[in-house]
Each structure stands twice: as C-alpha cells, then as structure tokens.
Ligand binder design. Structure first.
Ligand SMILES: Nc1nc2c(ncn2[C@@H]2O[C@H](COP(=O)(O)OP(=O)(O)OP(=O)(O)O)[C@@H](O)[C@H]2O)c(=O)[nH]1
Ligand SMILES: [Zn+2]
Length: 212
C-alpha cells in the first residue's frame, strides 16, 4: 500500500486533532475532586489537598502533544540532500496514554525512511514520535500518525515505523498480563512494496549495536 500525503494534508490533519479545551482548569480540578470522593477518599486531607491541581497539571503534560504543531517542532530542519540509503532512528522511548483507560502505554519506536531528495534533522524524528505519543492514543493510530507525518513532510521512497509497547491497562488491571507487549507497524512506499527492504529494516532494529 502506498500513500501520497502532502505537508498541507499533514497540517490539516494536525489542526483537526488539536485540543480546544472548552473547560477551565478549575472545572477540571473539581472533576478530580469528585473522582477522589467517588473513591471514598477525603479530598481535604493534607496529602490530597493539592492532588486535583497536580493531576490536572500531569494530565495536561501527558497530552501536551495536542498543542504542538509539526511546523513549530521542525523549526525548518528539512534539508535537500542526495542521500538515498536507509536512515533509521531506533529505540526511541515512548510514553503515551491509552484513550480507553487513560493509563500509560510504555514502549519504544523504531523509525526509518529512504530519502528521495530531502532529509530531516534526526532529533526531529524523535520529536514527531513525542508529539503524537503525548496524546490519548491507541497504538495503531500512534504508529500510523508517525509514518504519515514523515511521508507527508519528506515524500521519501518509503517510511517504516515499528512501535513495541506495553499497556498498563493490560498489566495493572483487566486481563493483568505483565510482560505482554504489542507490536504495531506502518510500512509505506518501498517498505510496503519490497520484502527485501522491509527485511533489512527488521534486521537493523534487531541487531545488537557494537558500542553497547
Ligand atoms: N487496539 C487497541 N486496543 C487497545 C489499546 N489500548 C487498550 N486497548 C484495548 O481496548 C479495549 C477496551 O475494551 P473494553 O471491553 O471496552 O474495556 P475493558 O472492559 O476495560 O476491557 P479489558 O481491558 O479487557 O478489561 C481493551 O481490549 C484494551 O486492551 C490500543 O492501543 N490498541
Ligand atoms: Zn487502556
């Protein structure tokens, strides 16, 4: 499957998902206070008195990716370059939140692309992962959004994204399966069309670096 997405499309997609926050911090804090009461706690005891404020601040931080834009994050770091070999940034730590339970998704992303006239600043690949991770997510969408962003920004020969993550909603509650992890991928362009290129990527994300 190949995708053709322009930077404009990526920006439109981004605008659609940006948060409009129709409630105040005070209203959010009041809701946390209600949750504490529902749990049978006393929200006025010393240890909990500032908890609503802290929870709102923490949740806003964990979803701060809604307020970022690709333009701002890139800071112009897309360069014209003749390179045509695979670029891979692997083992990018991810801290996201599942949209069903608002519990952590902890994992790693491996992101590769094969340039087609343009390269992107390496740190920006990690920043793109970070922006989409800092939202309420399902792992499949997070993976796809990272791939689509790179595809749209660089129009490369192909993009490959693999995310490996453990969902705390499956570990600490519910089915309670510590040690389970989920692997999702987004393969676009040559990574989707050519099994050897895909295999090279899979081999590179598995090999042990000699400097470790
Ligand atoms: N596909 C997908 N599912 C997810 C992700 N994160 C959490 N889920 C699942 O979302 C589902 C929600 O199912 P529900 O039955 O509505 O919720 P629940 O009663 O809390 O489900 P259990 O976790 O099975 O107890 C669960 O199966 C979760 O494992 C994700 O990133 N991708
Ligand atoms: Zn969940």
């Amino acid at each position: 499957m190949t995708f053709s997405i322009s930077s404009d499309d990526v920006r439109k997609q981004l605008i659609k998902t940006e948060s409009k926050a129709p409630v105040s911090d005070e209203e959010m804090q009041q809701a946390v206070r209600t949750l504490l009461l529902g749990l049978g706690e006393d929200p006025d005891r010393e240890g909990l008195i500032d908890t609503p404020k802290r929870v709102v601040k923490a949740l806003k931080y964990l979803t701060s990716g809604y307020n970022q834009s690709l333009d701002e994050l890139l800071n112009g770091a897309v360069f014209h370059e003749d390179a045509s070999e695979m670029v891979l940034v692997r083992d990018i730590d991810l801290f996201s939140s599942c949209e069903h339970h608002i519990l952590p998704i902890l994992g790693r992303a491996h992101v590769a692309y094969i340039p087609n006239g343009k390269v992107i600043g390496l740190s920006k690949i990690a920043r793109i992962c970070e922006m989409y991770a800092r939202r309420l997510q399902v792992q499949e969408r997070l993976t796809q959004q990272i791939g689509n962003a790179l595809q749209g920004l660089l129009q490369p020969q192909g993009v490959a994204v693999v995310v490996e993550a453990s969902h705390m909603c499956m570990v600490m509650r519910g089915v309670q399966k510590p040690g389970s992890w989920t692997v999702t991928s987004s393969m676009q362009g040559v990574f989707a069309d050519d099994a050897r290129t895909r295999q090279e990527f899979m081999d590179l994300i598995r090999h042990n670096p000699s400097f470790h």
